[in-house]
Design a protein around this ligand. Structure first.
Ligand code: CP
Ligand code: NVA
Length: 308
C-alpha cells in the first residue's frame, strides 16, 4: 500500500528514528561525493499554492542528486480546486509521476490529494503543520548536540505550522519542548493534547508559557519563526504590536545561556522575530538547518519510493 508523509504524528518513534538515520547516511554519502541513484527514473510533481525558496530548491536538488527528476507547478498553473478538482488533479498526476509534493493553504487539501492519489503525497507545508521542516530540525539538533532525548527546546512567537511539527517531532523523540506565545496565539488544545499523548509514552514533556523570560531559562535550543505566516498577511500590523516581547535578541539569548543554539526555519524577518546579531551570531544554526532540508527530504523520498 502506498504511504504518504503528511504529519510527523502519523509516525511511530521507531519510524521517525529510521528516517533520521537514513537522512544521516544520505548526507554522509553526499558529502563524500557518492550519491547513489536511488531514485533513478522517478519523477516528483511539486504543487505550490504559496511561495518557497528552501522547499522548492531542496526537493528539486534531492531528486536530481538521487538520479530522479522533479518539476515545479506554480500556483497559477493548476489552480488546485478552482480550474480542476483536487481528486481529479491527484488521479491525473498519479498517472504521470511517482510522487507528489504539495504546499497548500488548507491542510485538508493535502489530505484530499493523498486520499485520491495512487502515489505517495508529501506535505510541503500547510496551515496546520510543516513536517519536512520538522524532520530537518530534528536532524539538525541531533547533529549539533549528539542526541534528541532530553534536549530542552524553547520555541518563541506564534503557535503556527512549524511549531506543530516541532511539538510532534519533539514528543516522538523524547525532547522537552516549551512554547512561549502570547495568550491569543497559543497552540490549540487539540495539538497540545495530541503532542502530550505521544509524550506520555516517550518521556517527552510539552509545556506552554506566556512569559518568554521564564520559558527560555535552562534551554539548550531557542527556535523562532515569522509572526505572520503565509495567508495571514491581513493580520500583520496587529501581530507586530503583540509579538515583540518574544523576539530572539542578544538580551534574551543571554538569559538562555552561552551554549544555547538558535534555530529559525526561514525566511526570517530580521528585526522582528530575530535580530541580525543573533541570526548571524556564533550561536546560530540557521543555515545548517536550511541545508538539512535537502538531506531530510532525500530520506523521505527514498523511504516512500523504496520498492515502488
Ligand atoms: N522553511 C521553508 O519551508 O522555506 P520556504 O518557504 O522558502 O520553502
Ligand atoms: N510559518 C511560516 C513558515 C514558512 C516556511 C509560514 O507558514 O509562512
Amino acid at each position: 500500500m502506498k504511504r504518504d508523509f503528511l504529519c510527523l504524528a502519523d509516525l511511530t518513534p521507531e519510524q521517525l528514528e529510521a528516517l533520521l538515520d537514513l537522512a544521516i547516511t544520505l548526507k554522509k554519502e553526499y558529502r563524500l561525493g557518492g550519491n547513489r541513484p536511488l531514485l533513478a527514473n522517478k519523477a516528483l510533481a511539486m504543487i505550490f499554492q504559496k511561495p518557497s525558496l528552501r522547499t522548492r530548491v531542496s526537493f528539486e536538488m534531492a531528486m536530481e542528486h538521487l538520479g530522479g527528476h522533479a518539476f515545479y507547478l506554480s500556483p497559477d498553473e493548476i489552480k488546485l480546486g478552482e480550474r480542476e478538482s483536487i481528486p481529479d488533479v491527484a488521479r491525473v498526476l498519479s498517472r504521470y509521476v511517482n510522487a507528489i509534493m504539495a504546499r497548500v493553504f488548507a491542510h485538508e487539501h493535502v489530505v484530499a490529494l493523498a486520499r485520491w492519489a495512487t502515489v505517495p503525497v508529501i506535505n510541503g507545508l500547510s496551515d496546520y503543520n510543516h513536517p519536512c521542516q520538522g524532520l530537518a530540525d530534528l536532524l539538525t539538533i541531533a547533529e549539533k548536540l549528539g542526541r534528541l532525548r532530553g534536549v530542552r527546546l524553547t520555541y518563541l512567537g506564534d503557535a503556527n505550522n512549524v511549531l506543530t511539527s516541532l511539538l510532534f517531532g519533539g514528543a516522538l523523540t523524547g525532547m522537552h519542548i516549551r512554547a512561549a506565545t502570547p495568550k491569543d496565539y497559543a497552540p490549540s488544545a487539540q495539538v497540545l493534547a495530541q503532542a502530550r499523548a505521544i509524550a506520555e509514552k516517550t518521556g517527552a514533556t510539552i509545556e506552554w508559557f506566556e512569559d518568554p523570560h521564564e520559558a527560555v531559562r535552562g534551554s539548550d535550543v531557542l527556535y523562532t519563526d515569522t509572526w505572520t505566516s503565509m495567508g495571514q498577511e491581513a493580520e500583520a500590523a496587529r501581530r507586530r504590536q503583540v509579538f515583540p516581547p518574544y523576539q530572539i535578541n542578544a538580551a534574551l539569548l543571554r538569559e538562555a545561556g552561552t551554549y544555547v543554539g538558535v534555530m529559525h526555519c526561514l525566511p526570517a524577518h530580521r528585526g522582528e522575530e530575530i535580530t541580525d546579531e543573533v541570526a548571524d551570531g556564533p550561536q546560530s544554526w540557521i543555515f545548517d538547518q536550511a541545508e538539512n532540508r535537502l538531506h531530510a527530504q532525500k530520506a523521505i523520498l527514498v523511504d516512500l519510493l523504496r520498492g515502488q
